[in-house]
Design a protein around this ligand. Structure first.
Ligand code: V47
Ligand code: SF4
Length: 368
């Protein structure tokens, strides 16, 4: 990739940032914040320069299936349109047989991964969480299981009186190979008091991911943006992730999640395309110790997700098959994508599609 010589610089601050990016040095929090005031093409060019160094022209996707076993949840986060009380007419809970059938269908269609995340129901016992994984692994030993957010893991530790380490060891032994990044939202206590006062705190989220990394379980990291947080609070969130990644190297990917404001108590407005793309790009520039940034097409929509591949993202997530969390909050994206469509989106962005597994091992490259 070319250098950044054609960029229009607006002053000393721009020069300093460009110099750092060219030298592969990290930018600080003040610079990350400043980038939000710059135009999209400027931050996009810097982000793509870095993305190219890390991933060349490749962009990834996975054939996977998301399973949300239940929407019953004790936590009542105000931004969430998915979780409901057990007494709610919308409450559902899949049986083990139904879940295994979903995994079987997807497996037959070439799925390499199941992503399991749900509400936290008051009646689930510790063994329910563990047995679900064990049964999937027994029936489909080839499929990779990315399961349970830090929120669910904290709850499991609470009800079993086990440490995070013991819970994570049990999950690993049962068949979990990676943790998804959900539950991070925004780490700031001020924001959490408004949007998620009861579930695992930011500090607990980070502790659980750190323990997972020490046990050799890779994890993903997310940030839910576009509700009541300030730009400073977004950057603070990224700072905490970058610091943990410096200590462990266990994060595989960063996933910015655009907030959808419908059918929940928090309400608000949708994020703008410029904000979405800047957030992807600034994350790509600031998180120099993350290899991958995901453009999650469910929250971004297919069009912005495709564009994001030219603004620092190198991964689209996957075929998904079924998604309830963000669809409850109003996203108009499809619930599934054919593999061919993901390949087309990546090609449209001028990148080379790579089908991957959960760990970003390439399974097939569509060169040419
Ligand atoms: O933690 C909930 C988010 C997350 C809304 O690790 C909402 O590969 C937008 O984390 N608007 C769960 N987002 C999903 C998640 C995820 C998804 C895909 C891949 C991976 C991965 C992780 O969904 C929750 C929350 O941050 N969410 N409500 C909403 N109204
Ligand atoms: Fe429950 Fe998760 Fe929704 Fe919070 S975001 S209410 S923990 S399902």
């Amino acid at each position: 990739m070319k250098g950044l010589e054609n960029l229009k610089l607006r002053g000393r601050r721009d020069e300093e940032i460009v110099e750092k990016v060219l030298k592969g040095e990290r930018i600080d929090e003040g610079e990350a914040l400043y980038l939000y005031s710059r135009d999209l093409t400027f931050v996009g060019a810097l982000a793509e320069f870095i993305n190219f160094k890390k991933n060349q022209n490749y962009a990834y996707f996975i054939v996977n299936r998301q399973i949300n076993p239940t929407n019953i949840c004790i936590y009542g986060c105000t931004f969430c349109s998915f979780g409901v009380k057990a007494s709610d007419s919308r409450a559902y809970e899949l049986s083990l047989t139904e879940i295994l059938k979903k995994v079987e269908d997807s497996y037959k269609n070439g799925a390499k991964e199941v992503h399991i995340v749900g509400g936290v129901p008051p009646h689930w016992k510790y063994d329910d969480y563990i047995n679900l994984i064990r049964r999937i692994k027994e029936e489909f030993p080839q499929i990779l299981i990315k399961a349970y957010t830090a929120v669910e893991i904290k709850y499991m530790a609470q009800i079993s009186k086990k440490s995070y380490e013991e819970v994570l060891r049990d999950l690993k032994e049962a068949g979990v190979c990676a943790l998804p990044g959900g539950g991070a939202e925004i780490f700031s206590e001020r924001v959490r008091r408004i949007i998620a006062p009861y579930k695992a705190s930011g500090e607990e989220y980070l502790q659980i991911h750190e323990v997972a990394h020490k046990l050799g379980i890779p994890t993903n990291a997310t940030m839910l943006y576009g509700h009541v947080e300030t730009l400073e609070e977004r950057i603070e969130h990224l700072k905490l992730l970058r610091e943990l990644q410096d200590r462990t190297g266990g994060f595989q990917v960063f996933i910015p999640l655009a907030y959808w404001p419908y059918n929940n108590r928090l309400g608000g407005e949708r994020t703008s395309p410029v904000d979405d793309l800047k957030t992807v790009a600034i994350a790509r520039i600031y998180l120099d110790n993350f290899k991958h940034v995901k453009a999650y097409w469910i929250t971004l929509g297919e069009r912005i997700a495709t564009l994001a591949l030219n603004f620092g993202a190198d991964d689209l997530d996957g075929t998904i098959e079924e998604e309830k969390i963000v669809h409850s909050a109003g996203t108009k994206s499809a619930v599934r994508q054919a593999k061919e469509r993901l390949i087309r989106m990546i090609r449209e962005a001028g990148k080379i599609p790579v089908e991957r597994d959960t760990f970003y091992n390439p399974l097939k490259v569509w060169e040419g």
